[in-house]
Design a binder for this molecule. Structure first.
Ligand SMILES: NC(=O)C1=CN([C@@H]2O[C@H](COP(=O)(O)OP(=O)(O)OC[C@H]3O[C@@H](n4cnc5c(N)ncnc54)[C@H](O)[C@@H]3O)[C@@H](O)[C@H]2O)C=CC1
Ligand SMILES: O=C(O)C(=O)Cc1ccc(O)cc1
Length: 313
């Protein structure tokens, strides 16, 4: 067994009974991490897809997999929604009647403003402390999760100003105990930061892989055969889950469209520099961007995926 990620294995548990709604990549990774690093906590899972529930039982991801959302939350202290952002409202409504009054509710959605709105509307009066682990892969589903996914990765918590301090500190402790470093942010700011650091890069990857596959004079097998490093990296990102990313772009529309506008203007400037042979402009930009990559490496963040290149336990 791996050592507990945040030091002392005897830390008090932030929550004794954790319910995970949605047992795909992120939900199943949280389940695995809680069972590994918080062995005293009881994990109950639920997924709307019966086939996913069957896999969760087969893999022993949870102490119990409930057949209904209501049963999943019956005695929960912490309920965490791990469903696509467009499904948050529906998932929250499905547990509303059974949610214990003092339970803390959270989520892992990739954008926050729309999710906060959906959760608050479906669960009026509930204690809601949203979060976003900035850790993942291009894979989805319960079989692709792993316990170390969140280790040494950021988790951004976006509580409302009037959220109870105790609930916020318990959610922070939860993420720290499964290995994440936690930062607090206002939801609107979160959505703008992630629009440029995560959402736009995914949009660019989807576009470039689509462009290459639409070319008439370059065959599909040539694209596959001769894809150099850069294109290969784009194909990894462009293999990400279509439902999840459709939902992210629709939910974070305003911030993504703003970043896309800025990106298009910068791309046009590069187009002009190439057309008019302005090598110094290209050289200056590439020098600046190289420095950013080097700063990321100096911070030890060499890949969005944890323990990249090492075996997952
Ligand atoms: N994939 C990634 O790298 C990351 C994803 N996220 C966020 O995590 C959330 C989950 O993403 P993944 O785990 O990657 O997706 P996934 O596709 O692997 O799993 C989502 C699961 O939710 C279930 N589901 C959908 N609607 C439901 C409902 N109403 N009730 C119960 N279950 C329902 C699906 O059946 C599926 O099993 C998304 O909001 C995403 O934005 C956050 C960080 C990284
Ligand atoms: O696989 C990758 O490169 C990712 O970028 C994973 C990822 C996807 C969505 C998030 O909200 C956070 C992380």
């Amino acid at each position: 067994m791996q050592p507990a990620p945040s030091g002392d294995a005897l830390q008090p548990l932030p929550f004794g009974r954790v319910t995970i709604i949605g047992l795909g990549l992120i939900g199943s990774s949280i389940a695995r991490a809680v069972r590994l690093y918080m062995p005293g906590a009881r994990v109950t899972g639920y997924d709307a897809d019966p086939a996913v529930r069957d896999v969760a039982v087969r893999l022993s991801l949870c102490d119990a997999v409930a057949d209904t959302p209501g049963a999943a939350v019956a005695d929960a202290e912490f309920v965490i929604f791990c469903v696509p952002v467009g499904a948050m409202g529906e998932a929250a409504a499905s547990i509303a009647a059974g949610l214990p009054a003092n339970a803390v509710v959270s989520d892992v959605g990739s954008c926050k403003e729309s999710v906060v709105e959906a959760l608050s509307a479906a669960l009026p009066g509930a204690i809601i402390v949203p979060a976003h682990p900035v850790a993942g892969t291009e894979n989805s589903g319960p079989e692709s999760g792993f316990a170390s996914l969140f280790r040494n990765r950021w988790c951004i918590v976006t509580p409302a100003p009037d959220a109870p301090a105790l609930a916020v500190s318990r959610v922070v402790a939860f993420w720290e105990q499964i290995g994440a470093e936690v930062e607090t942010m206002e939801p609107h700011h979160h959505d703008r930061v992630l629009a440029v650091t995560s959402h736009l890069p995914h949009l660019i990857a989807y576009t470039i892989v689509g462009t290459a596959s639409d070319l008439e004079e370059v065959t599909r097998s040539e694209v596959i055969k001769y894809s150099a490093g850069g294109f290969r990296d784009f194909t990894r990102i462009a293999a990400s889950d279509p439902t999840m990313w459709r939902d992210v772009f629709l939910a974070n529309k305003e911030a993504v469209l703003d970043m896309l506008q800025r990106f298009s203007e910068d791309l046009s400037a590069l187009q002009r520099a190439i057309r008019w042979g302005k090598g110094d402009e290209l050289f200056d930009l590439f020098t600046r961007t190289r420095a950013i990559r080097r700063s990321i490496l100096e911070e030890g963040q060499d890949d969005a995926r944890p323990d990249f290149g090492r075996a997952h336990e």
